[in-house]
Design a protein around this ligand. Structure first.
Ligand code: DAU
Length: 307
C-alpha cells in the first residue's frame, strides 16, 4: 500500500484487494465495476521462487490469467474493451551474441517462471483467436527503479551494501540482462494500451545490456559515493555464490517495433536510472526497513544461506 500513496486521493482510483485465482471474487468485481479495459500485471515474478515453488506460478500466472480472460469474455459485451497482458522477454529463452529477440522469435522458456508466462501469453492469444477478445501483449526486459521489492538484483544489492552485508553474485556474474528503467516501461505500457494495434505483441527493452558483475560494480561505485565511503569498500562485499539452476545466459531485446510504430523511446540511461534508484532507496530507508522485515528475512535465509 505504501507504493500507492501518491495516488490514494485520486478521484479515479479505487483499491480492491483480491486474488485472481478466486473466480467468485472476479465475477463480483466485474459486476460491480464497468471496466473500460484491463492492464494485467498480476503475477508471480521471481525466477528463484519459481525454482522452489513452481505450482504457485502455475496458479497465479496461468490459472489466474485464464480466470481473468474468462471474466472478460463473460462480462464484456461488444468486444470493445482491451485486455492487455504484461509479459517478459524470458519467454524466448537465452540468446547468443549478437542475436536479439524480436516479436517473431519462437518461444523457448527455460525456467518454471518463464514457462508459466509463456503459457499465459499463449492463452491470451488463444482467447483473441477463439472469442475475439481484443488483446495486446508486451514482453519487457529487466525492470529496475524505486519501490522494487529487494528480491530483485538491483534493490537487493542496494540493501545489502547499505547493511554492509555480502552482495551475492550468481556463478561468475557473466549473465547479460537488458535494464529498463521503470518509468520508461510505464510510458511504454501507457502507449501500447492506448495506441497499440489489437492482437499485436510489442517488445520493450531498455537498450542497456550489461553483465551482472558490471552492473553490481556500478551500484557499488554509486553507493560508495552517496554514502561517503572509501572507493572500493562496497565492491569488497561482492561474493560469488552457487549459480541459479538453469540460469539463462543472455537476454537481448529488439525494440524496433514499438519505437517505429508507436514512437516510444527510453529517456533514462542506465547510469542515470541507477543513480536515481540508489538515491530513492537511501532517502526511503523506512520503506526498505519495512519490506525487509518479517517474511523477507525467512525468504533471504532460505535462498542464500546454503549458497
Ligand atoms: O527479463 C525480465 C525478467 O527480469 C522479469 O520477467 C522477471 O519478473 C524479473 O524477476 C527479472 O528476472 P531476472 O531473473 O533476470 O531478475 P533478477 O533480479 O532475479 O536477476 C537478475 C540477474 O542477476 C540474473 O542473471 C540473476 C542474477 N542475480 C540475481 C539475484 C537476485 C544474482 O547474481 N544475485 C542475486 O542475488
Amino acid at each position: 500500500m505504501e507504493n500507492l500513496k501518491d495516488v490514494e486521493n485520486s478521484p479515479n482510483y479505487t483499491f480492491v484487494k483480491g486474488d485472481i485465482e478466486d473466480v467468485d471474487f472476479l465475477s463480483a468485481l466485474f459486476q460491480s465495476h464497468q471496466f473500460e479495459g484491463i492492464i494485467h500485471l498480476a503475477a508471480e515474478s521471481h525466477v528463484d521462487r519459481s525454482i522452489t515453488n513452481p505450482l504457485a506460478f502455475i496458479r497465479t500466472n496461468v490459472l489466474g490469467t485464464v480466470n481473468l480472460l474468462d471474466a472478460a469474455v463473460k462480462h464484456w459485451k461488444g468486444n470493445t474493451q482491451r485486455f492487455y497482458h504484461i509479459s517478459t522477454d524470458e519467454v524466448f529463452g537465452s540468446i547468443e551474441e549478437p542475436g536479439l529477440f524480436t516479436e517473431n522469435t519462437p518461444y523457448d522458456p527455460k525456467s518454471p517462471y518463464s514457462a508459466s508466462k509463456a503459457s499465459s501469453d499463449h492463452f491470451v492469444r488463444a482467447y483473441h483467436n477463439t472469442y475475439d477478445l481484443p488483446i495486446l501483449i508486451s514482453n519487457c526486459s529487466n525492470n529496475y527503479g524505486p519501490c522494487q521489492f529487494p528480491e530483485k538484483l538491483v534493490p537487493l544489492c542496494i540493501n545489502n551494501i547499505k547493511e554492509s552485508s555480502p552482495v551475492p553474485v550468481y556463478g561468475q556474474g557473466l549473465n547479460i540482462r537488458d535494464w529498463l528503467y521503470v518509468e520508461d516501461h510505464a510510458a511504454a505500457i501507457d502507449l501500447i494500451y492506448h495506441k497499440g494495434l489489437v492482437g499485436e505483441t510489442y517488445n520493450i527493452g531498455g537498450g542497456s545490456p550489461c553483465k551482472n558483475i558490471d552492473l553490481v560494480r556500478s551500484i557499488c561505485r554509486i553507493m560508495d559515493e552517496k554514502l561517503n565511503r572509501p572507493i572500493g569498500q562496497s565492491e569488497s562485499l561482492i561474493t560469488f555464490v552457487k549459480d541459479r539452476a538453469g540460469h539463462d545466459l543472455r537476454y537481448a531485446i529488439d525494440s524496433k517495433k514499438i519505437i517505429e510504430d508507436l514512437k516510444w523511446q527510453t529517456t533514462t540511461t542506465l547510469e542515470e536510472g541507477l543513480r536515481t534508484t540508489v538515491a530513492w532507496y537511501l532517502e526511503n530507508d523506512s520503506w526498505l526497513d519495512h519490506v525487509t522485515s518479517g517474511h523477507y528475512k525467512n525468504y533471504y535465509h532460505l535462498q542464500y544461506n546454503k549458497r
